[in-house]
Design a protein around this ligand. Structure first.
Ligand code: DOR
Length: 450
């Protein structure tokens, strides 16, 4: 059959489909971009290509709900084309991008600018967050409804960029404006400012990066999360705790027991790196906000992935240039790339026995869908979009730097043994990645939300 670039039909034959109940040997027929049949022994209708999935697992399209792709204003670190290519290469078929670009995404015009930039250049499906500030707090309820907007993002603690909502009065205004889940970087800014001031006074010429988790300490995270949970309960507004880094916050979420009002994200960085070794081994390439902490926190996060309350995984892909990362701490920027390596790390955790494939489905597909109300996707079933990846669990080897597509080379997982890799990605019935390499034109489209 000749190749038709507009053909959105595909028969995925011979794979093991990951469902909420485990792996199922079945074929999947996609017609006009939508799943039409899930049953064994299908034959391809005429004009429908076949994708041989034998020996491979078939996952519904994973969603990364937290990436920073830097466009506009930081294109030397990443842009929507390079970031989305890294996503697709790593098997991530959709992403939600954060508002701390330059300018920050704080109004509908800035959102529309990002949609215009993504069209025809993003290889994965996309959505963009609106950043909250004291100036726009009362308008967010109207603006969060812009189609394709992932919702409102709050920085309670300052990080890359200048977005900040540091006091409870402004935070309450944000929470009272609108109804969608508000997503929050939770670190207490007054405490952070004090501790950075003390650090630079003690170490005017730069300090050891191993001090990062002491500066942005457990109390910074816990104090802020307590404030947030109190305000979520007071206002009844659902909130999402991004990149939780402490065992204490997980306990807090359990103790406060606010049900669906609070959802929780973990990042691979906090699950697969450990202080103090990561700072010795990788220096500022292990520096991110909130910081990687010791094994007690990592183990609590791993347990919380499986038993709750972690709802989803976001990479917090936060690229910086090697030159910027080479500055001495604390002038070195926080954040590392990760959108391409999340799934390989999680598949390795399955091989190592502390995670199951069904957990990956929950954390990378149904979790983000539930947290943000994403429509038209989920565990594959007729009528949903035909977005999926093939995974080869038997591909093992060290993570190769030359496979990575982010503009930031500062990935501390390079060289680590991985067990399992996404090999093919399909977006609405069209193959968009083969053998870990994006193929064809950029086919990403905006996500839609309930
Ligand atoms: O380490 C981080 N880097 N944490 C954030 O919250 C922001 C991110 C960035 O954009 O660089």
């Amino acid at each position: 059959m000749t190749f038709d670039p507009d053909n959105k039909s595909l028969l995925v034959r011979g794979g093991q489909l990951l469902t909420p109940n485990g792996l199922e040997s079945t074929d999947i027929l996609i017609s006009n971009g939508l799943v039409s049949t899930i049953a064994p022994n299908q034959t391809a209708p005429s004009e429908c290509p076949t994708l041989d999935a034998s020996g491979q697992l078939v996952f519904p399209g994973p969603i990364d709900p937290q990436v920073h792709f830097r466009e506009p204003g930081g294109e030397a670190k990443e842009d929507l084309a390079s970031g989305s290519a890294a996503a697709i290469a790593g098997g991530v078929t959709a992403f939600c991008e954060m508002p701390n670009t330059n300018p920050a995404t704080t109004n509908p015009a800035a959102l529309q600018d990002k949609f215009a930039r993504a069209k025809g250049r993003s290889r994965a499906d996309y959505a963009f967050f609106l950043g909250a500030s004291p100036e726009n707090a009362d308008q967010l309820g109207e603006w969060e409804r812009v189609p394709g907007c992932a919702g409102v993002k709050v920085f309670m603690g300052s990080s890359t960029g200048n977005l900040l909502v540091e006091d409870d009065d402004t935070l309450e205004r944000v929470l009272r404006s609108g109804t969608r889940r508000v997503t929050v970087h939770s670190e207490d800014n007054p405490r952070l400012s004090e501790r950075y001031a003390a650090l630079t006074q003690q170490h005017p010429a730069g300090a050891a990066v191993a001090l990062h988790p002491d500066v942005r300490d457990v109390e910074c995270a816990v104090r802020s999360t307590k404030r947030l949970l109190t305000l979520a309960e007071k206002t009844g507004r659902p909130v999402h705790l991004l990149h939780v880094s402490t065992a204490e916050e997980l306990d807090l979420v359990r103790e406060r027991d606010l049900g669906d009002l609070v959802t929780v994200e973990a990042t691979p960085n906090h699950l697969f790196l450990t202080a103090p070794d990561c700072y010795t081994e990788f220096g500022t390439w292990a520096q991110m906000n909130p910081p990687v902490r010791d094994a007690r926190h990592r183990d609590a996060l791993r347990r919380a992935l499986v038993k709750g309350p972690v709802t989803c995984i976001g990479s917090d892909h936060a690229p910086h240039t090697a030159e910027e990362k080479a500055r001495s701490f604390p002038d070195s920027p926080s954040g590392i790339p990760g959108v391409q390596t999340t799934l390989a790390l999680l598949l390795t955790a399955v091989r190592d026995g502390w995670l199951q494939y069904e957990d990956i489905l929950r954390l990378c597909v149904t979790g983000p869908i539930k947290v943000y109300g994403i429509e038209n996707r989920g565990p594959l079933s007729p009528g949903l979009e035909g977005n999926l990846i093939l995974v080869n669990p038997d591909l093992t080897g060290p993570l190769r730097a030359d496979w990575l597509l982010s503009r930031s080379p500062c990935n501390p997982f390079i060289g680590r043994e991985m067990a399992g890799l996404p090999t093919t990605a399909v977006l609405r019935g069209q193959v968009v990645m083969r053998a870990g390499i994006p193929v064809g034109p950029a086919r990403g489209e905006p996500l839609s939300f309930a």
